[in-house]
Design a protein around this ligand. Structure first.
Ligand code: NAD
Ligand code: GLY
Length: 377
């Protein structure tokens, strides 16, 4: 008896931005289709793949083979792996390499990597020759559910994260979930924090689904693809109604104001990954909301319990190395671009799935909260 193999169609999520709309294609083993998908969108274009050294080892050959099979000439630019590459010097190297390779307006940049590569390559694409089109091929969970979607690109300044950059939307996102098979478990967990964020900020049912199904998401297969698609739909809807973050898009920063401060205090190092910082920041944002009487402690406990269950840090004391002080964190929070005219803007919550933008938060209240939290061993 012959058993027919079922072809599993990729899921396509549309980011609706008028003429700049694009699709996020989600599924297993999609990298092989990169060349054909690119050719369909930009026939005749050459490709400049920007990637990091770790991703290059695992996945560059497959990306190049797909382009070659579609008759697309390509070059590749490699940068060191990690957050340290989101800096001016590396940005300059990438831009110079694209120019030296004569990548022209009609050509395409392919960002093959995690959020660091997407942000860096996207910003280089936004800048070289006043703007090249680019395709995101996210290779971390974090990049598949968040950073590859929505057009925020950029690098860090010595004053803080993502302070130099541009809005520049990709023309296509290819989220091949098989690429996550080579991702270290710690990096997968860090990306999961951004996935849980969508439940916490606006979709209580999705958070409950994650509480019940998180281990299937980690294991791979249909649950992972479903959760990535739900996350991308949530982000696409927010980006479509507020591309430039004049309103609702700020909700996506849930956990980021506290998180960025801890991440900067840890020197943007392996001590605390970006996604881990977001997980910790979300636990703190919920605790701060409870302290303001916005939600019961039982909601905070549920958030902390789930994040801790998957192995994410939820207390500052879990960050290895020297403990940051409340004053140091307050200085870093003041540098954050969510600060307007000296008052603090935080994303707070009235419950799981009910986040809102709180403007004019008193810095003294945040400082007192941090002192309390930092005192816990
Ligand atoms: P990352 O890009 O540094 O990737 C994490 C590590 O995993 C790196 O060492 C990388 O080499 C490695 N890696 C990537 N893919 C791999 C794979 N498939 N197999 C094995 N190793 C792999 O970090 P990240 O967590 O993906 O992204 C974090 C960055 O994203 C931060 O700079 C953050 O500010 C940014 N970000 C941007 C947005 C946005 O909207 N633009 C949103 C969220 C986060
Ligand atoms: N990750 C935040 C945003 O894309 O707006």
């Amino acid at each position: 008896m012959t058993v027919a193999l079922r072809t599993i169609e990729p899921i396509v999520v549309e980011v609706g931005l008028g003429q700049r709309s694009y699709g996020i294609v989600i599924g297993r083993n999609l990298l092989v289709s990169l060349g054909q998908r690119m050719k369909a969108l930009r026939p005749g274009a050459r490709a400049a793949i920007v990637t990091d050294e770790t991703v290059a080892k695992h996945h560059l050959a497959a990306a190049e083979a797909s382009l070659k099979a579609a008759g697309i000439p390509s070059i590749s630019v490699h940068v060191p792996a990690g957050e340290g590459s989101k800096k001016i010097a590396t940005f300059e190297d990438v831009c110079e390499a694209l120019i030296a390779e004569r990548i022209e307006r009609d050509d395409l940049v392919v960002a093959l990597g995690g959020g660091v590569i997407g942000d860096l390559a996207g910003f280089a694409a936004a800048s070289v020759r006043r703007g090249l089109d680019f395709i995101q091929v996210p290779t971390t969970l974090l990049a598949q559910v968040d950073s590859s979607v929505g057009g925020k690109t950029g690098i860090n300044s010595r004053h803080g994260k993502n302070l130099i950059g541009a809005f520049h939307q990709p023309i296509l996102v290819i989220a091949d979930t098989a690429l996550l098979d080579t991702l270290p478990p710690r990096e997968f967990r860090a990306g999961y924090a951004e996935m849980a964020k969508y439940g916490l900020l606006g979709d209580a049912a999705f958070f409950a689904w994650l509480e019940a199904n998180w281990s299937d998401v980690f294991a791979g297969g249909a649950a992972r693809e479903h959760a990535i698609a739900v996350s991308c739909r949530a982000k696409a809807a927010i980006v479509a109604r507020d591309e430039r973050e004049h309103g609702d898009r700020a909700l996506l920063n849930l956990g980021h104001t506290f998180g960025h401060a801890f991440e900067a205090a840890a020197g943007f190092s392996q001590r605390l990954l970006h996604g881990e910082a977001v997980g910790l920041g979300m636990a703190l944002a919920f605790a701060f909301s409870a302290r303001r009487g916005l939600l019961p402690d039982s909601e905070v406990d549920r958030v902390v319990h789930h994040l801790a269950t998957v192995g994410l840090p939820t207390h500052a004391a879990q960050i290895p190395g020297e403990r940051a002080s409340a004053d140091q964190l307050m200085d870093l929070i003041a540098q954050d671009k969510k600060v307007k005219r000296g008052t603090l803007t935080f994303i707070l919550a009235r419950g799981i799935g009910s986040a809102f933008v709180a403007k004019d938060v008193d810095p003294a209240e945040v400082r007192a909260f941090l002192i309390e939290k930092l005192a816990v061993q």
